[in-house]
Ligand binder design. Structure first.
Ligand SMILES: CC/C=C\C/C=C\CCC/C=C/CC(=O)SCCNC(=O)CCNC(=O)[C@H](O)C(C)(C)COP(=O)(O)OP(=O)(O)OC[C@H]1O[C@@H](n2cnc3c(N)ncnc32)[C@H](O)[C@@H]1OP(=O)(O)O
Length: 292
C-alpha cells in the first residue's frame, strides 16, 4: 500500500507547474480556465497578493482546487510577494472545507491522491515565508477553518458567520495536524473542548478564545486590516521573519515531514471505514435536505 502512496506523491509533487508573473499585475493561476477556481490580484504598490477562492457554491477543497492553490503559493513565493491575503468571492462562505465527494464512496487510490494533495498544499501555506492573513468573510467549517488557521493572522467578518473544526459531528476525525493548528491558536484546553464536540464558534466566540484575532463588520474592512497586519513586517528582514515562523511552527512542519505517509494511510483506512462512510452519507443527506 505504501508503494502506491509513494508513487502517487511523486506524481503530485511533479504536477505543480509554474509560470512567471508578468510583473505586479493581476493573473489567474495555473490553468487557462475561463472560470478559475482561485483569483490572484497583486497590488502593484505594496506587492501584496489578494488570493480569492472562487469555486462556487461553497469553495470546497477538492483535488483540482488544492492543486491550483499549491501552484498559486509557489508562484507567489517565486515572485517574492510581500504578503498573501486569503479570502472568498462568496458573500456567505469562506470555505466549506474538504469536498466530501472526494471521500464518499471514493476508491482508495483516489482518496490517496486527494489527501496527498491536501497535505502538500497545506504544508506550502502553513510554512511559507510570505506573511499570510485570512480575511474570513463567511462560514469556515472544518477544512475551511484549517485554511484560516494556517495563516498567521485571522480577521473575521462578524457577527453572523461561524468557524470551527466540526469533524466529530460528521463521525470523522480531525487529523493531528489540524489539531496542532488549532492548539497553536487557542491552547490545549480549548482545543480538546472544541474538537471533541465538533463545536462551531460564532465570530464573537472565536474572538474570545483566540481562534480569530480581529472582528470587523464587512469584507472591505477585513481586507484593510489584513493589509495593516502585513505592513507590520515592512522593516523586518525577510529571512529572520521566515526562520522565526518556521521555528514557531516546527511541530506541525515536523509532523507532516516525518509522518506524511502514516497520516495518509490512516486517512484512507479511517475515511473508507463503514462507520465513516455512513457518517458522510447521513451528513450529505442532511446538507441536501437543507438546501431543498
Ligand atoms: C487520524 C485520522 C485521519 C483521518 C480520519 C478520517 C477522515 C478525515 C477527514 C477529516 C477532515 C475533514 C475536514 C473537512 O473539511 S470535512 C467537510 C466538513 N464541512 C462541513 O461540515 C461543511 C458542510 N457545509 C455546510 O455546513 C454548508 O454548506 C455551509 C454553511 C458551508 C454553506 O451553507 P449554504 O446554505 O450557503 O450552502 P448549502 O446549500 O449547504 O451547500 C451548497 C451545496 O454545496 C454542497 N456542500 C456543502 N458543503 C460541502 C462539502 N464540504 N463537500 C461537498 N459538498 C458540500 C451542499 O450539499 C449543496 O449541494 P447541492 O444540494 O446544491 O447539490
Amino acid at each position: 500500500m505504501a508503494g502506491i502512496y509513494r508513487s502517487t506523491r511523486y506524481v503530485l509533487q511533479n504536477a505543480f507547474g509554474s509560470r512567471s508573473l508578468p510583473g505586479a499585475v493581476r493573473f489567474y493561476s495555473q490553468k487557462p480556465d475561463p472560470a478559475p477556481l482561485i483569483n490572484v490580484d497583486v497590488d502593484s504598490k505594496t506587492g501584496v497578493a489578494t488570493v480569492t477562492m472562487n469555486s462556487p457554491p461553497v469553495n470546497t477543497l477538492n483535488t483540482p482546487f488544492l492543486n491550483e492553490m499549491g501552484g498559486v503559493i509557489k508562484e507567489l513565493e517565486k515572485n517574492k510577494t510581500r504578503g498573501l491575503i486569503l479570502t472568498s468571492s462568496s458573500n456567505s462562505v469562506f470555505s466549506a472545507g474538504l469536498d466530501i465527494m472526494e471521500m464518499y464512496k471514493a476508491p482508495r487510490d483516489q482518496m490517496a491522491v486527494f489527501w496527498t494533495t491536501l497535505q502538500n498544499t497545506w504544508l506550502s501555506l502553513y510554512r511559507t515565508g510570505i506573511p499570510t492573513v485570512a480575511a474570513i468573510n463567511g462560514h469556515a467549517p472544518a477544512g475551511g477553518c484549517l485554511l484560516a488557521l494556517s495563516c498567521e493572522y485571522r480577521v473575521m467578518v462578524g457577527p453572523k458567520f461561524t468557524i470551527g473544526l466540526n469533524e466529530t459531528q460528521l463521525g470523522i476525525v480531525a487529523p493531528p495536524w489540524f489539531l496542532i493548528c488549532m492548539r497553536e491558536a487557542v491552547g490545549p484546553r480549548q482545543t480538546e473542548l472544541a474538537l471533541t464536540s465538533g463545536k462551531m464558534f460564532t465570530a464573537t466566540e472565536a474572538l474570545n478564545i483566540g481562534l480569530v484575532d480581529q472582528l470587523v463588520s464587512n469584507k472591505e474592512e477585513a481586507l484593510a486590516e489584513a493589509h495593516k497586519f502585513i505592513a507590520r513586517f515592512a522593516k523586518i528582514p525577510p529571512l529572520a521573519r521566515k526562520l522565526t515562523k518556521e521555528f514557531t511552527r516546527q511541530e506541525g512542519i515536523k509532523y507532516m515531514e516525518e509522518k506524511m505517509l502514516d497520516d495518509l494511510e490512516t486517512f484512507v483506512d479511517v475515511a473508507s471505514s463503514p462507520s465513516a462512510q455512513k457518517g458522510m452519507e447521513m451528513y450529505l443527506e442532511a446538507l441536501k435536505k437543507k438546501s431543498t
